[in-house]
Design a protein. Structure first.
Length: 169
């Protein structure tokens, strides 16, 4: 079994959105070519998380999600974003619910750590900026590497795929 997780920025411009979705399709397809049993892992936040889960859904790859706090759906803008989230939650093969009642840094950090811990490989749609807060993309990359996970960096600025510690693809 191969488990691919995603962390990444919520706010992406049109070019970065297209890059993250296309790269997610390629990475998931490549994982499926190497392993018959692939699972995608995402917290389904707007932006990169949603795009990765939608790519998995398009390819018929099951995915699992984590809900950081009780009213997580309220964290999405009303309308299209909230509907996309609802469709993805309903499509997930499993949803893990964390014990937090409300939105907090602790809830988000726990969710991102869950994604890193639940993945063999962590895909990070990231602009390369240093950690800004606990549970953010850069912080989660550091955590994933500290627990021995491979990280594939989707550089949303240069629009390249880079194996952390390795060569550009």
């Amino acid at each position: 079994m191969r488990r691919l997780g995603i962390v990444g920025h919520r706010h992406l411009d049109a070019a970065a959105t297209a890059f993250v979705f296309a790269s997610s399709l390629v990475l998931i397809r490549e994982a499926c070519a190497r392993c018959a049993d692939v699972i995608a892992v995402s917290a389904l936040s707007e932006g990169a998380d949603t795009l990765f889960a939608e790519a998995a859904l398009e390819l018929g790859v099951p995915f699992e999600t984590v809900r950081p706090f009780d009213r997580y759906a309220d964290d999405f803008a009303a309308g299209r974003s909230r509907r996309r989230y609802g469709v993805l939650v309903d499509s997930a093969r499993r949803e893990t619910r964390l014990p937090f009642a409300s939105c907090s840094t602790d809830a988000y950090e726990s969710a991102m750590r869950w994604v890193a811990e639940s993945s063999d490989v962590l895909v990070a749609a990231w602009d390369g900026s240093p950690p800004g807060s606990r549970g953010g993309t850069a912080d989660t990359i550091r955590y994933a590497e500290s627990i021995g996970r491979s990280v594939i960096h989707l550089d949303v600025v240069a629009q390249q795929v880079v194996q952390r510690g390795g060569a550009t693809r």
